[in-house]
Design a protein around this ligand. Structure first.
Ligand SMILES: *Cc1c(COP(=O)(O)O)cnc(C)c1O
Length: 237
């Protein structure tokens, strides 16, 4: 198990380097976030031993449990799952990054609940780039106003945006490419003076496309740790 995780990490990091050269991205412009939801402490230790320091979790309690049990490791924890207002405190106390903020209320709570001895919490606004009725996130037209509102919260540092797009099917037109659309919007907001430096986009199946379009954080689970078991399944293959 340890061996496979370490091999996967080496292969992915090499691939990131190759893609970065291919798409003329600066060296180290793309950071790998290991998505460790449902993975065991030992799997995380194996990835950490291979040099991986940034880990992402979807459930607040799971993040806190792991952060406490793995406190001997130098891990930067990112929260990437749906935010619930009653879980904001846990995340503000144990996380370094939140990628899934999209309501003013969540920003207010995270700001209030971020302990004053810790540096500001790094925040990405989640954008519902495909305007899906069932998905969390802001519409592109709402982003500038939330960026503006974030400025009044000293315990938050707005870094950029996160998307979970639908699978990209046809790339005949750049407007069909969600990564491209987000990048354009990000550049526009930067030109309006917002100090943004993060595009959190790209998962196991689509990260090359995201790197081509300016991703600065790619979030990979299965590519590092293998297939996730469905809840209730009994055996691992
Ligand atoms: C699970 C998850 C990922 C990782 O997905 P993989 O397909 O396993 O790479 C990335 N981002 C978010 C928000 C997730 O929930």
């Amino acid at each position: 198990m340890t061996h496979v995780i370490q091999q996967n990490l080496t292969r992915i990091l090499d691939h990131i380097d190759i893609l970065s050269q291919q798409y003329q991205r600066p060296k180290n412009a793309v950071q790998l976030l290991a998505v460790s939801k449902t993975r065991t402490d030992d799997e995380i230790r194996a990835a950490h031993a291979a040099g991986q320091h940034h880990f992402g979790e979807n459930y607040a309690q799971e993040l806190v449990g792991k952060a406490q049990r793995l406190a001997d490791l130098s891990i930067v924890w990112h929260f990437i799952g749906p935010l619930q207002t009653n879980k904001c405190r846990l995340i503000a106390e144990h996380g370094s990054w939140v990628h899934s903020v999209w309501r003013e209320k969540e920003m207010r709570l995270l700001n209030q609940q971020r302990p004053s001895h810790l540096p500001p919490l790094n925040v990405c606004l989640q954008i519902n780039i495909d305007e899906e009725a069932t998905k969390s996130g802001l519409l592109l037209s709402q982003v500038a106003s939330l960026c503006e509102q974030s400025q009044v919260f000293p315990q938050l540092k707005l870094r950029g945006f996160m998307i979970i797009p639908q699978p990209v099917v046809a790339l005949d037109n750049q407007q069909n490419n969600p990564f491209h659309r987000l990048h354009e919007h990000y550049l526009q907001l930067r030109s309006q003076g917002f100090a943004l430096d993060t595009l959190s986009m790209g998962m196991s199946d689509d990260y090359p496309l995201a790197i081509a379009e300016g991703a600065t954080i790619i979030r990979l689970g299965r590519a590092i740790f293998g297939t996730r078991l469905a809840k209730g399944s009994v055996s691992e293959v």
